[in-house]
Design a protein around this ligand. Structure first.
Ligand SMILES: Cc1cc2nc3c(=O)[nH]c(=O)nc-3n(C[C@H](O)[C@H](O)[C@H](O)COP(=O)(O)OP(=O)(O)OC[C@H]3O[C@@H](n4cnc5c(N)ncnc54)[C@H](O)[C@@H]3O)c2cc1C
Length: 417
């Protein structure tokens, strides 16, 4: 492995370590000056890179241990969500949300504040109740919800240590159905934005061109006890009857989880993409995303439509999702109910730079926070000042890692060299 999943970042590590035990991981961390964990390398920037040793925890023991008294499960940090989800489902349990793809590692997703959608669903990192990790001195430690600095230690960018296991909140398994509505006129959607996103468990709006008069897809994921899902009166759209339609126009529909209102277990409906297929545009893409206060969404989306001629030449698809507020310092939804404005770009760096300049002109005015695992333009390059507890996180990282063992170029840019 010399690049990330999308192939736009060349890793500069001297060596890749695959410890098979926690003791071996501790030795690796203690013995090297520069160490960095990587997950499944689905981030689009150099956040996982290092000039030292890149370490994966994918080969550590992979049991999932359920704690019925705490309604939690301890899961291995390095395995994909798909594996954890299958193990929980086998015991009649579930996570309350997943991202668009189940291929990503649990620790990698948690470290960058990865999220799904739903007005009442916080980001995936907010499901973490404890993190077990190897510190910079090689010692094994655990930080639990409620303890000092826990809220800074979950979306932690790999800066505090290497997670070995995570304890996640679990619930009873549940079924969902996906209903896809096509060509929804913009104006009624913006006028009734709250009703659209609160009307169901999870909503995604997909926009294949900001110049279009209609939103290409409104995807609703609904619990099956809530009756036949119907968009609010006044929102005109066609109900899709297809078994599945990809949000990326050029991509195969076979990669997408079953839609058409067919009920199925949470792990086969919450992700947009099937665990056994290449997600999205199969890596022939770049991605950016920004988080705004949800009350600003209609105004910001209108402003982005006015930039369509600068955005659309680089765009494969945009996705609009919602998240409930949380208390994690580096979360995009820290202390505010949030709307995520996402862009899947064509792999054309020059076109993307032009589009990002237009996007960031709009989003800088909206107090937006960037996604830690995706690309930004110059206006958001420093990232950390966009997060109200950014300074507290910098102090925590300096305290946890005084010699900069887990530092890399990304963290030097964000936290200061
Ligand atoms: C097709 C596609 C779809 C996506 N969909 C979504 C989505 O729906 N929602 C969303 O929010 N994001 C989404 N993303 C972004 C993705 O979720 C994040 O980039 C996520 O961090 C990827 O996880 P990973 O395991 O690949 O992490 P990597 O990219 O490998 O690493 C990311 C960070 O995690 C750290 N890390 C990894 N393992 C550990 C560990 N054991 N201990 C400590 N730190 C660790 C690394 O050091 C690095 O800082 C998507 C990406 C792709 C490619």
């Amino acid at each position: 492995m010399t690049t990330n999943w999308a192939g736009n970042v060349d890793f500069s590590a001297t060596r890749i370590a695959r410890p098979a035990s926690v003791a071996e991981l501790q030795e690796t961390v203690a013995a090297n000056d520069r160490v960095r964990a990587f997950g499944t390398t689905h981030s689009f920037n150099d956040i996982a890179d290092t000039t030292g040793v890149m370490v994966t925890v994918a080969d550590l023991p992979s049991e999932v241990d359920v704690h019925p008294d705490r309604r939690t499960a301890t899961v291995p940090a390095g395995v994909p969500f798909a594996r954890v989800a299958a193990a929980l489902q086998a015991q009649g349990l579930a996570l309350s949300n997943l991202g668009s793809l189940p291929h990503i590692s649990v620790a990698g997703a948690v470290a960058t504040g990865t999220h799904g959608s739903g007005d009442r669903n916080p980001i995936l990192s907010a499901q973490v109740s404890a993190v077990e990790y190897v510190r910079a001195d090689g010692e094994l430690a655990t930080v639990r919800r409620g303890e000092d600095a826990f809220n800074g230690s979950v979306v932690a960018l790999g800066a505090l240590g290497i997670a070995t296991r995570l304890e996640l909140d679990v619930r009873e398994t549940f079924d969902l159905r996906q209903d896809l509505f096509l060509d929804a006129d913009w104006e009624p959607v913006l006028a009734d934005f709250d009703a659209i996103t609160s009307g169901t468990y999870s909503t995604s709006l997909f926009i294949q061109g900001w110049a279009s008069a209609a939103i290409d897809q409104v995807l609703w994921k609904s619990t099956v006890d809530s009756g036949e899902p119907a968009l609010p009166a006044g929102v005109r759209a066609r109900r899709s009857l297809a078994r599945a339609v990809s949000p990326v126009a050029a991509a195969s529909d076979d990669t997408v989880t079953l839609q058409a209102g067919v009920p199925g277990p949470w792990l086969e409906r919450l992700p947009h993409f099937r665990h056994d297929a290449a997600p999205s545009n199969a890596g022939d893409e770049l991605q950016s995303e920004y988080f705004i206060d949800r009350s600003l969404a209609p105004r910001v989306l209108e402003a982005l439509r006015r930039e369509a001629d600068r955005i659309d030449p680089a765009l494969l698809v945009s996705e609009i999702r919602t998240m409930a507020a949380d208390d994690l310092w580096l979360s995009g939804a820290y202390r505010r109910d949030t709307v995520g404005v996402h862009f899947t770009w064509k792999p054309d760096t020059t076109a993307v730079e032009g589009a990002l300049a237009a996007v960031e002109r709009v989003l800088a005015d909206a107090d937006a926070r960037p996604h830690w695992g995706k690309l930004v333009g110059p206006a958001f390059a420093d990232r950390l000042p966009r997060f109200p507890r950014g300074r507290a996180f910098r102090e925590l990282a300096e305290y946890a890692d005084p010699k900069g063992k887990f530092r890399n170029a990304f963290l030097d840019r964000v936290l200061g060299a």
